[in-house]
Design a protein around this ligand. Structure first.
Ligand code: SAH
Length: 395
């Protein structure tokens, strides 16, 4: 691990502006360095007039070269991480957001750019490092977590795509001692099995927790299509709220096995059907078969991680939304989502509008949806909001 003191000073070209309220510094904004910055190490940041801006982790490989951690001149160490994690815990406790499973640290949204921590019950946290600096700081992070929350088991589940860009080896393993293979957590009145360490398909989509409960309010008496279902969490809530039946469509057999387990756990297996399929193909097939649903959920994975591929992503969103709209009975509801960072809420709404036009379907917007409140959004860091959704009703 690098030192808790900055090894060099990064000089910004300009004074004032975004750097005062946003933690990201791009390579093009850097005028030069004093000293030799270490890859993944701490640098002090100074503005164009030489005034101290903060301390941040530096990466020479990426165009997003530095993310500011603190705007005070202080050491960044285990005690510092414990302090920030403690603030994240306090926010969630005071707003009633500390459910059995919740996101405990949301990167920039909690003043910890590049770090995500999810809590699963009393015994487990899952840590995700998104930057080289955070990856190197794992011992401080672990000490900070345990100083704040007690001696939990820590599963490290780095994002391989981020690791490749940042230049570190992604970890997928228990940190220093093994925790349980799985835990059971409550969300609303339902219970879910969350597995760890089963390769890529592990964990739980906490960002949709509030939307699952919101969408379920409309489910009674309806037949439900849960497309891109993962472990069936939308379907479980819809059935528990009185939906007649649910069809889950998912391409991963491991995820579908999790869906089967969750449906059984909640006594709902009899009213659900699990289909291992490519949702694009299955939506097309259902359309040909003239199937109709009273509630369709579309919660696909990100269709792009790059700005350059936004057009292709928009075509993908248009296609699945168009088909889903054609499957709606009159009075039917569509809950449709995009978690692509580079697809804005305005673009997503426009894509859905264009899909409705092509489908010849009139839809009323009942609600605009976003990520659960345990993924806080900073006004000055718009990138902290990534999940966009619309709840639509077919007229
Ligand atoms: N709604 C879920 C989360 C969905 S995540 C929940 O609330 O828990 C997106 C899911 O889509 C992942 O499980 C992924 O395996 C699946 N997926 C990705 N591409 C797919 C495709 N083409 N067809 C079907 N499922 C797909």
């Amino acid at each position: 691990m690098s030192s808790e003191r900055s090894s060099a000073t990064l000089h910004l070209a300009r004074v004032g502006g975004r750097a005062r309220v946003h933690p990201w510094i791009y390579r093009g904004e850097i005028a030069g360095f004093e000293g030799a910055p270490e890859p993944g190490g701490l640098v002090a940041v100074a503005d164009g007039a030489g005034a101290f801006v903060g301390h941040g982790f530096y990466n020479p490989r990426t165009s997003l070269a530095c993310r500011i951690l603190s705007r005070r001149d202080e050491p960044i160490d285990a005690a510092w991480f414990a302090g920030r994690i403690g603030e994240a815990v306090a926010y969630r406790r005071s707003r009633g957001l500390a459910g059995e499973a919740h996101r405990l640290v949301w990167s920039e949204g909690d003043g910890l750019p590049g770090l995500v921590i999810d809590r699963y019950g009393d015994d487990v946290v899952v840590v995700q490092c998104l930057t080289l600096g955070m990856s190197g700081a794992l011992p401080w992070i672990a000490a900070g977590i345990r100083a704040t929350l007690g001696d939990l088991a820590i599963y490290v589940s780095d994002d391989p795509a981020a690791a490749r860009i940042e230049g570190f080896e992604p970890r997928r393993a228990w940190l220093d001692r093994a925790g349980p293979d799985a835990v059971t957590v409550g969300e609303g009145s339902a219970r879910f099995v969350v597995r760890f360490g089963l390769g890529h398909k592990s964990g739980f989509y906490l960002d949709q927790a509030e939307n699952r409960l919101r969408v379920a309010r409309w489910a009674a008496g309806r037949s439900v299509l849960d497309a891109f279902s993962y472990t069936g969490a939308f379907a479980v809530h819809a059935l528990a709220a009185g939906a007649e039946r649910a069809v889950c469509v998912e391409s991963s057999p491991e995820a579908l096995a999790g869906a089967a387990a969750n449906l059984e756990l909640n006594g709902l297996g009899g009213r659900a059907e699990l289909r291992e399929a490519n949702a694009f193909d299955e939506l097309r097939r259902l359309e040909r078969a003239r199937a109709r649903f009273g509630l369709v959920i579309l919660d696909p994975p990100p269709f792009t991680r790059r700005k350059a591929a936004v057009d292709a992503a928009a075509r993908g969103y248009k296609e699945i939304n168009l088909r889903a709209m054609r499957l709606l009975e009159v009075g039917g509801m569509l809950a449709t989502f995009s978690c692509s960072h580079h697809v804005s809420a305005a673009l997503f709404a426009e894509v859905c509008r264009a899909a409705a036009e092509d489908a010849g379907v009139t839809l009323r917007t009942l609600e605009a949806l976003t990520q659960s409140r345990d993924h806080p959004v900073l006004l000055t860091v718009p990138e902290t909001r990534y999940l966009k959704g619309l709840l639509l009703e077919r007229l």
